[in-house]
Design a binder for this molecule. Structure first.
Ligand code: AMP
Length: 215
């Protein structure tokens, strides 16, 4: 199944895409993760993307469409994939449709994870990520055994640059501005379903399996 996950930053779509990848084998394609890897590696893409990311703004569509095209060309996407963080603009949605059509593929379901902003801000501001493996914790909801240290690999935990309060506000603003047109695009095609995402991850995962079974 070819899936798209939508939801505000901190809405849990990344967590759900990872669970689905682990349990059902569809690769999670997170454009945010791909960009963060490029930033860490100091590539030309990373250098260009960084200034947008640190400000909570979107990286230009042309860059993102090129990046997703390269990723979808890889053989592991043959049995299906979950797009996590793409498309984020109407232009990206249109480009994705053309790109998939050229590969004789299409999106089977688009899932919107719905959650209130207060919860999102609490989740994001407490999020900590391990420097080595990207393992994710939360100071309040999922603390590591030792403060500031990853349970899995012992590396230091950090706050993402864009999880600072002023950047969180900007990312939510950008999401509210761009996403209605994107959701409309998939509603028109009869592909969009919504899930209440204000629950623990296993409950939300159960809801996700239900909507996928009905697809
Ligand atoms: P995320 O981890 O999905 O919240 O993405 C982190 C940041 O990467 C975003 O705030 C954007 O700056 C950038 N980004 C990720 N995906 C996209 C996209 N599809 N279009 C534009 N910018 C993106």
């Amino acid at each position: 199944m070819n899936l798209i996950f939508f939801g505000p930053p901190g809405g849990g779509k990344g967590t759900q895409a990872r669970l689905l990848a682990a349990r059902r084998g569809f690769p999670q394609i997170s454009t945010g993760d791909i960009l963060r890897e490029a930033v860490a590696a100091g590539t030309a893409l990373g250098r260009e993307a960084r200034r947008y990311m640190d400000a909570g703004d979107l990286v230009p569509d042309a860059v993102m469409v090129g990046l997703i095209q390269q990723r979808l060309d890889r053989p592991d996407t043959g049995e299906g994939f979950t797009l996590d963080g793409f498309p984020r603009t109407l232009h990206q949605a249109q480009a994705l449709e053309r790109l998939l059509a050229a590969m004789e593929r299409e999106i089977d379901r688009a899932v919107e994870f719905q959650i209130d902003e207060e919860t999102v801000i609490r989740r994001l501001s407490g999020r900590r990520v391990c420097a080595a493996g990207g393992h994710i914790y939360h100071v309040e909801f999922a603390p590591p055994r030792r403060d500031g240290v990853c349970d899995n690999d012992g590396s230091p935990l950090r706050q993402r640059e864009d999880d600072r309060p002023e950047v969180i506000r900007r990312r939510l603003e950008v999401y509210r501005r761009e996403i209605p047109a994107v959701l409309e695009f998939y509603t028109t095609r009869g592909l969009l379903v919504a899930i209440d995402a204000a629950a623990d991850e296993e409950t939300v995962y159960g809801r996700l399996e239900e909507v996928l079974a009905a697809a």
